[in-house]
Each structure stands twice: as structure tokens, then as C-alpha cells.
Write a protein that binds this ligand. Structure first.
Ligand SMILES: *Cc1c(COP(=O)(O)O)cnc(C)c1O
Length: 387
């Protein structure tokens, strides 16, 4: 929940009922379900900061959201779409597909729309992999990959990042076996912020061959300034087995509406459409996305401000004794190892929510300057990294 001050409240769990109907009192579900369900990894969403005292603003730096509210034209488009909410949405998202096809100068058949790009990740795995198959990805990377893989009944093959938190291309190539059906490439990588170079993805594609589906997840593409970074859309134009994923959740600031897209060769895109849920993308989400594409200059202005803040934060962390490399998303990664949870607790005391991976590090989103300054202050008091 947001109020006008930018403060963020806590959403608590639903209170348990004091007395349950007899059919609900067992921990075991009545119907027979898949035996592997209890072992599926669960998604841990970025938390919200504690409720601050009056006069203090809390900030959420835990989910890589845009700090900018949707632009007025986008809000107006959502409001207009809401007046038709008794009707089902266009199941093909025709207007959004057409707008993206124009933007990328591609046929409409190459554009795939989903309820966030995470839904298209799932379509890719569902379409390609099942029990006995393997899905390869760098680790640590996006938390959704192991979950989606397990839901499909396939085996996840996690390939450790290099010591400087980059994708290890040689190790990814070595991990591919005849059972591999999908390889995820996350660039910039969530949570470490490192990019995979275009030349590295080309080397990976040449090595894995055309039978393995390569998903290039570019959720943070708009924040990338490294000219050598992979361009997934360009690769999808050249390779029959590549899909590039982008989203309206981050740079476009529409995380709450759930809409993302993939660019893939038409033959591949059409197969992935076969495993989508009908009517997934709402008319409100589609209208917002179309309006956002029309407000691209405003989006780029907000992105430029975030990039400038990111580079300022990196420079200030450097002055504090922290070398965080050259992060290319809207977040920075602190490899705090066994101090990660402790640092997140200090941030919470300062009404900042950050994303801790206990034992590994902390991911902190770049947001408005006051939020970033508070984070830098907390880190300054926490002390520099032990070499
Ligand atoms: C945020 C994110 C996504 C996209 O999420 P959606 O909101 O589902 O579009 C995809 N991949 C990565 C790596 C992300 O961080």
C-alpha cells in the first residue's frame, strides 16, 4: 500500500480462524496431489519496510521497482479500460502486439505477451521440458527459474557464477548434456547486476547447438549502458532457438499490472503461445502497456535519472571502501556473505526494505535520491567489507 508521502505499509498474513470445519483440520490435503509438491522451492517476494513513525518515510528497495508512479497518460488509459471491465480482454493482446511489432520492426507473429515476463519464462520451460529433462542456469540468478523448472518436473542444473559474480560461459557450456532442453541467460543478472556480453552469448549459442531453447532474460535491459552487453532481440532475429524476454514491470514502472513480452522467431513463438493461459493479460494491463510505449520519452527520462543515481551510489560506495563493480540494472549487489542478514536488519531499523540472501549478499534497488542516501548512510555505519 502506498500513501501520498511515499510511505509503505506492511501487508500481514491472514489471521487464522479460531475454529475450522472438520474437513480442514488435517495437515494432509484430502485429494491425492503430486508427491514432490512439498519440496518445490517457494518464491520469497521482496519484503516491505516496517511502519515508520509519523514524519519518517519508509522506502522499499527490495523488489527493483521503479520509484516513479505511472505517467498521467498511462493512468488515464487504465481508467478508460476499467470502464469496460465487464468484458473479457482481447486474448491475443492485438493492440500491444502491434505496437511492439512496430517498435522492433518485426512481424506480429514474433511477439509474445504474458502476465509479466516470468509467465513467459514458465511457458518456455513448460513447452520444452518435463520429467527427465534438464534446465540449465547460472546461480545465483532469478529465483523464479528453479521454481518454474520444478513445477515442470524437470531437473535444475545450477552453474555457479564466477568469483566476480558473472555468468561462467565455459561452465554453462560444459553443463549442457543431451537431456538439456532450456538454458536461461539472465542479463543483467538478478541479483548481481552483471551483464553477459553479446560475444559470450554467441559463443554459448554456437556450443549448445540449435536444439536447446535459449531464453535471454533482459528484464533490466533499459538500464544497460555497457555497449558490449548482449542484445537478446538481435540474437532472437538470427537464431531459431532464442527468445528474448523484456517487461513493463521495471523501467516502465508497471510491476503491479503484470505484463511483459518475448521476442522469438514466429515458429517458436507460436509453440510457446500454445501453453499460455487464456485471457491472462488483462485489458487494463494491455492498455497501460500500449500507453507506456507512447510515453517512451518520459520512460527514458525516468530511466536516465535512475542510471545517474546508480552511478552516484556506486561512486559513493567506492569512497566507503566498497567495490561493487559496474552494476547494469536498477540495483546494486553487496556480497556480504554471512553478514547479509545483519545488514538487512540494520536497513529495516532505518525503514528501508532490502533483499537479503543470507550467507550470500544483499541486493539493494536504486530509487529516489533520499532513499539511496539513507542506504549509503546505513552502509557507512555498518563498516567496510572485510577483504
Ligand atoms: C523482475 C524480473 C523479471 C520480470 O518480472 P515480471 O514482473 O514478471 O515481468 C524477469 N526476470 C528477472 C531476472 C527479473 O528480475
Amino acid at each position: 500500500m502506498h500513501d501520498d508521502s511515499g510511505a509503505v505499509g506492511i501487508v500481514g498474513p491472514v489471521e487464522p480462524q479460531t475454529s475450522l470445519p472438520p474437513a480442514w483440520t488435517s495437515d494432509e490435503p484430502a485429494p491425492r496431489l503430486r508427491s514432490d509438491l512439498d519440496s518445490l522451492p517457494r518464491y520469497r517476494a521482496g519484503g516491505r519496510p516496517p511502519q515508520p513513525p509519523p514524519g519518517t518515510v519508509a522506502y522499499s528497495l527490495a523488489s527493483n521497482e521503479s520509484p516513479v508512479s505511472p505517467f498521467p497518460d498511462v493512468v488515464a488509459a487504465v481508467q478508460a479500460a476499467a470502464t469496460q471491465a465487464n468484458r473479457y480482454p482481447d486474448p491475443a493482446s492485438t493492440a500491444l502486439v502491434a505496437a511492439l511489432a512496430r517498435q522492433y520492426e518485426l512481424p506480429a507473429e514474433a511477439v509474445l505477451i504474458g502476465t509479466g515476463s516470468v509467465a513467459i519464462c514458465q511457458q518456455a520451460v513448460t513447452a520444452a521440458a518435463g520429467p527427465g529433462d534438464e534446465v540449465v542456469f547460472a546461480w545465483r540468478s532469478f529465483e523464479a527459474y528453479p521454481i518454474i523448472t520444478a513445477v515442470a518436473g524437470a531437473a535444475a542444473v545450477r552453474v555457479p557464477l564466477t568469483p566476480d559474480a558473472r555468468h561462467d560461459i565455459d561452465a554453462l557450456i560444459a553443463a549442457v548434456t543431451p537431456r538439456t532442453r532450456v538454458v536461461f541467460v539472465c542479463t543483467p543478472n538478478n541479483p548481481t547486476g552483471t551483464v553477459v556480453l553479446h560475444s559470450e552469448v554467441e559463443r554459448l549459442l554456437a556450443a549448445v547447438g540449435s536444439e536447446v531453447l535459449v531464453v535471454i532474460d533482459e528484464a533490466y535491459r533499459e538500464y544497460v549502458t555497457d555497449p558490449g552487453a548482449a542484445d537478446g532481440v538481435a540474437l532472437a532475429k538470427e537464431h531459431g532457438n532464442v527468445i528474448a524476454l523484456r517487461t513493463f514491470s521495471k523501467a516502465y514502472g508497471l510491476a503491479g499490472l503484470r505484463v511483459g513480452y518475448g521476442i522469438a522467431p514466429p515458429a517458436l513463438a507460436s509453440r510457446l503461445r500454445a501453453v499460455s493461459l487464456p485471457f491472462g493479460v488483462s485489458a487494463l494491463a494491455e492498455a497501460a502497456a500500449v500507453a507506456s510505449l507512447g510515453a517512451v520519452d518520459q520512460m527514458l527520462g525516468a530511466v536516465a535519472a535512475t542510471i545517474a543515481e546508480r552511478d552516484r551510489v556506486v561512486a559513493e560506495l567506492h569512497d566507503l571502501g566498497w567495490d561493487v563493480g559496474r552494476p547494469q540494472g536498477n540495483f546494486v549487489w553487496l556480497p556480504l556473505a554471512d553478514r547479509a542478514a545483519e545488514f538487512a536488519a540494520r536497513c529495516a531499523e532505518a525503514y528501508l526494505a532490502v533483499r537479503a540472501f543470507p550467507g550470500e549478499g544483499v541486493r539493494v534497488s536504486v530509487a529516489e535520491p533520499q532513499a539511496n542516501d539513507r542506504f549509503i548512510g546505513v552502509l557507512g555505519e555498518f563498516g567496510t567489507k572485510v577483504p
